[in-house]
Design a protein around this ligand. Structure first.
Ligand code: IPM
Ligand code: MG
Length: 343
């Protein structure tokens, strides 16, 4: 029986994680779950954002499903402080999850929930391919004499493997996003992506775009994009921006994949939303859609994944709207609506 490492995390994480479990139980009865602490919850219990024991159990699992980590309780500007996000960074690094896939596909039922005009977002269907284990997130950093520094490092190998993920996922076009007019890592990025394209992916169109103008084009003409291929920090920022095309950050799922046969990690893009945590009103759909990605990418169960996704579509078409989408539905009501569509 496949084992899922379920990491609810902090804030609304536990609420959306249990919603996802209820829905998963309806489409995949053979999965078993092992819960582990990560983030602030783990700091409170063990003084570290993820323990070695949890890491070992997670490595032995078949897939990881994570809620969200972080919160004001553990926020600090002290460079030596233990931070909830360290749990996430260790998971990504130790599991080798270099490829982060963030599909952005606004649902017709939510076109009017987006602050953007319907004519702009109609038929948008893009995939953000974000490099996840390099760049500024993992470079050397520190402070001394009233100065602070972060370093951005990328190797040819790191760029090539994520570029391959991008080209393989593309239907027609890869837009590689960088800041090659300023950054040396971006110039190497551009060189490596171009070379791989020449050598192996000439049937896919490749364009390069600077991150500032890509940010603008995401809002001005989102339909133009098929795959956006980019480095860690730019991908983080652009994916929050792109989420508004779907009406809310609460809707976006993500899959983080590695190269080996270890488990992949699935989580919603949204964070812990401390302001609404514990109130039972969080939107569970990003987490439920992450569970669908897990069924598809983690277990090759395309049918169950599609059943879940279309149940979410139909529940929204039926009018269910959690608060972030302008409605009043609670987490439980939203989950029930999806379950109702699965029957
Ligand atoms: C994300 C999140 C994380 C990131 C945070 C929680 C560290 O924003 O997955 O997009 O920046 O990678
Ligand atoms: Mg982010």
């Amino acid at each position: 029986m496949p084992t899922i490492a379920l990491l609810p995390g902090d804030g609304i994480g536990p609420e959306v994680a249990s919603a996802a479990r209820r829905v998963l139980d309806a489409v995949a009865t053979d999965l078993t779950y092992e819960e582990h602490l990560v983030g602030g919850a783990s700091i409170d219990a063990h003084g570290t954002a993820i323990t070695d024991e949890a890491m070992a159990a997670i490595k032995a699992s078949d897939a990881v499903l994570l809620g969200a980590v972080g919160g004001p309780k553990w926020d600090s500007t002290d460079p030596t402080a233990v931070r909830p996000e360290q749990g996430l960074f260790r998971l990504r690094a130790d599991l080798g999850l270099f490829a982060n896939l963030r599909p952005v596909r606004p649902l017709p039922a939510l076109y009017d929930a987006s602050p953007l005009k319907r004519e702009l977002i109609e038929n948008t269907n893009m995939l953000i391919v974000r490099e996840l284990t390099g760049g500024l997130y993992y470079g050397e950093r520190g402070r001394s004499d009233g100065r602070a520094f972060d370093t951005c490092v990328y190797s040819v190998e790191e760029i090539e493997r994520i570029a391959r993920t991008g080209f393989e996922a593309a239907k027609t076009r890869v837009t590689s996003v960088d800041k090659a007019n300023v950054l040396e890592t971006s110039r190497l990025w551009r060189e490596v992506v171009t070379a791989l394209h020449e050598a192996e992916y000439q049937h896919i169109e490749l364009e390069h775009q600077l991150v500032d103008s890509a940010a603008m084009r995401l809002i001005a003409a989102p339909r133009d994009f098929d795959v956006i291929l980019t480095e860690n920090m730019f991908g983080d920022i652009l994916s929050d921006e792109a989420s508004m095309l779907t009406g809310s950050l609460g809707m976006l799922p993500t899959a983080s994949l590695g190269a080996g046969d270890g488990p992949s990690l699935f989580e919603p893009v949204h964070g812990t939303a401390p302001d609404i945590a514990g109130k039972g009103i969080a939107n569970p759909l990003g987490m439920i859609l992450s569970a669908a990605l897990m069924l598809r990418h983690g277990f090759g169960r395309d049918d169950a994944a599609a059943a879940l996704e279309s149940a979410v579509d139909r529940a929204l078409e039926g009018g269910i709207r959690p608060r972030d989408l302008g409605g009043t539905a609670t987490t439980a009501e939203t989950t029930e609506a999806v379950l109702g569509e699965l029957k």
